[in-house]
Design a protein. Structure first.
Length: 176
């Protein structure tokens, strides 16, 4: 009696199972990506309502179909100068998990580029050095032609608990 041959996935079903889709965008001349399962929608920049006494990375809030959605300037969140609003500036609405709830949070980006599909095996681990942002903000990287795309760990970048703590510090500093 012979044992059955091992089952292997072949063809498009296997490729689809190993492929991951990312929304890519530019920020300060660099390419970044976020898994599309976190994307709720992309909207044209139409202005914000500033919130007093908040850190510089929290640019303000928008009204999204009756819901108040905070908008984070990713450049400022990464410790850079804030985003300069241009013709292609967009707000990407993401869904972030916080305290067992899903919350919408907007991120301000220079331009939205495209949705890319890449094989999981093509994602390299985050580099231990050389990135211009906190290592815990990076999930990994993949190559797009001659350039690298930095895959963001959106739960870390938009950690509601960390941002709430920073807002609390800003309020304390202002009161002092």
């Amino acid at each position: 009696m012979t044992s059955p041959a091992p089952v292997t996935r072949t063809g498009t079903a296997a490729a689809a199972a190993d492929a991951v889709q990312y929304l890519t965008f530019s920020l300060d001349g660099e390419l970044f990506a976020v898994p599309i399962e976190h994307i709720r929608e992309i909207i044209e920049f139409g202005g914000l309502t500033a919130v007093p006494l908040t850190p510089t990375f929290l640019r303000g809030v928008i009204n999204l179909r009756g819901a108040v959605v905070p908008v984070v300037d990713l450049a400022a969140r990464f410790g850079r100068s804030g985003t300069t609003i241009g013709k292609r500036t967009c707000i990407v609405i993401l869904e972030v998990e916080a305290a067992s709830r899903t919350l919408p949070v907007g991120v301000l980006v220079d331009t939205v580029n495209e949705v890319l599909s890449t094989d999981r095996s093509q994602i390299e681990p985050r580099p231990p050095f050389g990135a211009r942002l906190r290592a815990d903000f990076i999930c990994g990287m993949f190559s797009q032609g001659e350039r690298f795309v930095i895959v963001l760990d959106i739960q870390q970048v938009l950690s509601v608990e960390e941002m709430a703590g920073l807002i609390g510090l800003a309020l304390e500093e202002h009161a002092a």
